[in-house]
Ligand binder design. Structure first.
Ligand SMILES: C[S@@+](CC[C@H](N)C(=O)[O-])C[C@H]1O[C@@H](n2cnc3c(N)ncnc32)[C@H](O)[C@@H]1O
Length: 282
């Protein structure tokens, strides 16, 4: 797994930590430093802006809030889809997906722009007694993924495209690093608005679940944007909340294969279905 990296200096494939060109990635606290980019770019004159969570760090409540609600069943299903392949968890944050999948034996490269979030990931892994021998953790920018072309089997980039002013660049990078036939695993956020449940008549229980989901995510987003506004003078709406991931993915991937994995008999707070996109061209 450590031999598929793209050297930040000469751009050739290299094996962590050192490249033939003389570059050596520093590594402290088991986090490889594969970018020197800042944690956040909020300057409107910048070509691409993004919001890393370094300053949110411990206050990030998305993972903590949702984790209680996420069902094991979902991770079992994702792990089954990934099987023995290598997963890139891009903008992994504090390991909401990394850690449960690691526990299920998935081989993972986890990347985020925030050192703080990556150290929280290790804490989450330790709390969960997850074996980190199948894990490589890197500080990296999703806008320029430090992996060689066609090298990973699956990518998850959950809940991050909205933080990038040019999310299509990230989707292109995902496409570049995926092996032919690899999968970009994405998630629908609300059971009643997309995917398998789109045309379904909702039961009273499902409606109540959705209401609770909306309230919970509304609370988290509200708090998050308040922090951004008060402390950083960042207005979230300047970023990409309206980005049409489906369309960009469909255009880029030239067709898709979708495997819908409904979660049976469980309340769904995040994901009614797992979408699995295949890369069809060479
Ligand atoms: C809402 S959190 C999601 C974390 C995790 N994927 C999850 O599902 O819980 C967004 C993450 O994206 C990271 N991020 C933002 N911009 C990034 C960039 N340009 N490159 C890499 N990570 C980035 C943030 O630091 C943060 O950890």
């Amino acid at each position: 797994m450590n031999n598929i990296f793209k050297c930040p200096k000469c751009k050739k494939t290299f094996t962590l930590p050192s490249c033939d060109c003389g570059y050596t990635a520093s590594c402290a606290n088991r986090i490889y430093q594969l970018t020197s980019d800042p944690y956040m770019v909020k300057d409107d004159s910048a070509e691409v802006k993004y919001i890393g969570y370094e300053d949110i760090g411990e206050a990030y409540s998305g993972g903590a809030g949702f984790t209680l609600k996420l069902v094991d069943d979902k991770f079992d299903r994702i792990a089954k889809v990934i099987g023995g392949g290598t997963l890139l968890d891009l903008a992994c944050g504090d390991g909401l997906y990394t850690v449960p999948l690691l526990k299920r034996g998935v081989k993972i490269i986890a990347m985020d722009i925030s050192d703080k979030m990556l150290s929280l990931l290790y804490r989450r892994a330790e709390n969960a007694n997850a074996d980190a021998s199948n894990l490589i953790v890197c500080r990296a920018n999703a806008l320029d993924i430090p992996l060689a072309d066609n090298t990973v089997d699956f990518v998850i980039a959950n809940s991050m495209l909205h933080l990038i002013s040019r999310p299509e660049i990230v989707v292109n990078e995902v496409y570049r690093v995926l092996k032919t036939g690899g999968g970009y695993i994405t998630f629908d956020d609300k059971p009643n608005t997309s995917g398998v449940n789109k045309n379904k008549t909702l039961s009273e229980q499902e409606k109540a679940d959705n209401k609770e989901n909306d309230e919970m995510s509304g609370f988290i987003h509200g708090r998050y944007f308040q922090i951004l506004k008060d402390e950083y003078n960042i207005l979230g709406k300047r970023y990409s909340w309206n980005f049409n991931r489906e369309k960009v993915c469909d255009d880029l991937f030239g067709g898709k294969e979708t495997i819908l994995i409904p979660i049976e008999n469980k309340m769904q707070y995040i994901t009614p279905a797992l979408k699995y996109r295949k890369q069809h061209d060479a």
